[in-house]
Design a protein around this ligand. Sequence first.
Ligand code: SAH
Length: 257
Amino acid sequence: MTKGKLYIVGIGPGYEEHMTPRAKKCIEESEVIIGYSTYIALVQHLIKDKEIHEYSMTQEVERANQAIEFAESGKTISLVSSGDAGIYGMAGLVYEVLADRGWKRENGIYVEIVPGVSALNSCSALIGSPLMTDFAVVSMSDLLVPWDIIMQRVDAAAKGDYVIVIYNPQSKKRIHQLRDTKDLLLKYREPSTPVAIVKAAYRDAQKIIMTDLEHVLEHTDSLGMLSTVIIGNSSTFMHDGLMINPRGYKSKYTLVK
Ligand code: SAH
């Protein structure tokens, strides 16, 4: 029997022009589409005639196995993730399940990870150039990682003067994260350090808040599941509402002659 294909597709932030042509092509080629309901909704217009399996949070392991089994039966499947599937997406879980099932590239199903524009790319593009030099990315979701480990990572990033990108900053059940993060960062950074909150980048509900470390907690009401928070480092500055991290040319060149 011919083995099928499993595409693990990052669809970008939500707006179709930010989806790669490869992502679109893989979705179009697939007979079966699997993904969270919100991601399915974002690609709705591309998948009208396809077999669709939506799932909710907590069903990830089941869906990863289902996707693999569809591919083993000869079908072409797209498992869709928002942003990039390799960044807090389904790519890791699928490879873990495949490894446990004894899958080998040589004779197993064809697996392709299709890279997408991650929230860190889309959110930073909307607010200036905050990620121009070294940055660290931390997810505040403590469903799978204990909170003290997350705080250790934030502490290390703060010590290293990294710009910090925070995914999953808040959910309905967890609201302490940003408060703990602010308290920790204030040990290392100025209260005036620029902070951006980007909600639903490139989607209809897009909202951008530019603030600073001292005032960040005033905006937690507008946070929620779909926001990314970017915290500047000691070189970050604001200009005309944009958060700018210098690339370093000023130490060698005069920028305006
Ligand atoms: N694989 C995704 C991340 C999934 S984790 C990616 O690469 O972008 C979910 C988190 O991603 C959200 O809590 C939020 O922090 C971030 N996120 C995803 N899409 C976003 C968007 N359109 N705008 C802002 N943040 C987003």
